[in-house]
Design a protein around this ligand. Sequence first.
Ligand SMILES: Cc1cc2nc3c(=O)[nH]c(=O)nc-3n(C[C@H](O)[C@H](O)[C@H](O)COP(=O)(O)OP(=O)(O)OC[C@H]3O[C@@H](n4cnc5c(N)ncnc54)[C@H](O)[C@@H]3O)c2cc1C
Length: 469
Amino acid sequence: MAERMVIIGGDAAGMSAGSQARRLRGPDDLEIVAFERGDFTSYSACGIPYWIAGMVSGPGSLIVRSPEVFRDQYAIDVRLRHEVTAIDLDRREVVVRALDDGGREIREPFDTLVYAAGAVPNPPPWPEQDVGGIFGVQTLNDGMALREWLSSHPHMRRGVVVGGGYIGVSMAESLVRRGLAVTLIDRAEQPMSTVDTELGKVVRDALVGIGVDVRSGVSATGIDHENGRVTAVHTTDGTVPADVVVLGLGVRPNTRLAAEAGLPLGVTGGIRTDPHMRVIGEPGDGANSRFAGIWAVGDCVESVHRVTGQPVHIPLGTHANKQGRIAGLNIGGVHATFPGVIGTAVNKVCGLEVARTGLLERDVQRAGYRYVTTSVESTNRAPYFPGAAPMTVKIVAERPTGRLLGAQIIGQSEAAKRIDPLAVAIWNNMTVADMTGLDLGYAPPYAPVWDPVLIAARKAANILEREAR
Ligand SMILES: Cc1cc2nc3c(=O)[nH]c(=O)nc-3n(C[C@H](O)[C@H](O)[C@H](O)COP(=O)(O)OP(=O)(O)OC[C@H]3O[C@@H](n4cnc5c(N)ncnc54)[C@H](O)[C@@H]3O)c2cc1C
């Protein structure tokens, strides 16, 4: 009889696990069923802000693989609008509610379970539910609801975004592009807290430059509503009128079902797995563990940060896809491990490219490293070449070893992907002295003769070298 694999969550992580396992094991050997409570599989949430802004089409183009493709090409039985409500580890079954069938409850057996339920958005600080005009942007359904609201209320003028992380910042820009007057409310000192404050200031200036009213150091506290629609957001700095509110308050691992079933959660709140993405059992219980055959991948798990060795929860699509693939390879019989993360992330906002990898300066301070930091103002191309634009590269290196700990880049074009050589350097424990000799490409349309990345590394290496003399 075929082994039975059940997947909870039909997006990036879950469906990567399913498709990879299928590539290695045929349907006679492995039956795969995926339960997804929403209306879509494998879509790009990352594209939602650009779709809302009208920069890309949607929602169809944001769907990478439909349920039909999974059924026909991968022999994966995808059941949309089916919500898993419990995991019964003793009976090796999941309890599922069929949302379009009057909530009928079914029980589905499994030999192998992949928990890929993603993340849940942090809730807003007001008790009211079901007030019209307030949207998250976590799922494609959320994006569709917001698009529909904006299209069906063409006279709306005032948008408020609560939360200034990378999603909130992108959404503020998207609403401006749709013609709204936008206020961004963020309790941090500067928006875009994924980078250090001085780079966040550059993002702030860019947002202000396109007309966003950025209120930093301010918390939302409540809302006003009339006739079931939001009319204003209360903040610690007064009341802001609002016709539409978008929430970008961050996410946490979606672990309710896992926790109820007794799966182990780590200090970050994410599910603990080993490097194969197998849920970690009790010490010493080996193959007899209740968690044997249970895997967890994507935004619901915690990962190891390769620089600090500490557990972190960094919910990104890039990790979700890789972790799903690793679980699928192992389920398919190929030994594979997920090597950890270093926090590399890139974003585009208001014509700026913002990138980071490794630790921020504030992370380094908090972790108690001795460090040196350098910041370089340069250009993306030879200064005389058309399109040359300013670029800032900041790096943080360990003192006195010179090991690169983190880097951030901000610039107008060709900035974001310049973070990649720095990510590779951190991944391979390179020092800033090692980096100064890197053979990076040069031609005037692509870089100054000394690439800003090399100049930043050299500046840091010089400081450390002087100190060592
Ligand atoms: C607006 C936005 C922009 C982003 N931009 C980027 C970016 O630029 N780069 C990047 O790397 N990442 C980005 N991300 C993050 C990225 O989208 C996520 O990290 C990725 O989708 C995580 O994949 P996942 O499969 O772990 O979780 P999810 O994509 O959240 O999928 C989990 C699925 O599980 C389903 N589910 C949950 N509970 C149940 C249940 N009980 N029963 C059945 N189904 C269930 C959910 O409906 C969901 O479809 C962005 C996210 C958002 C929201």
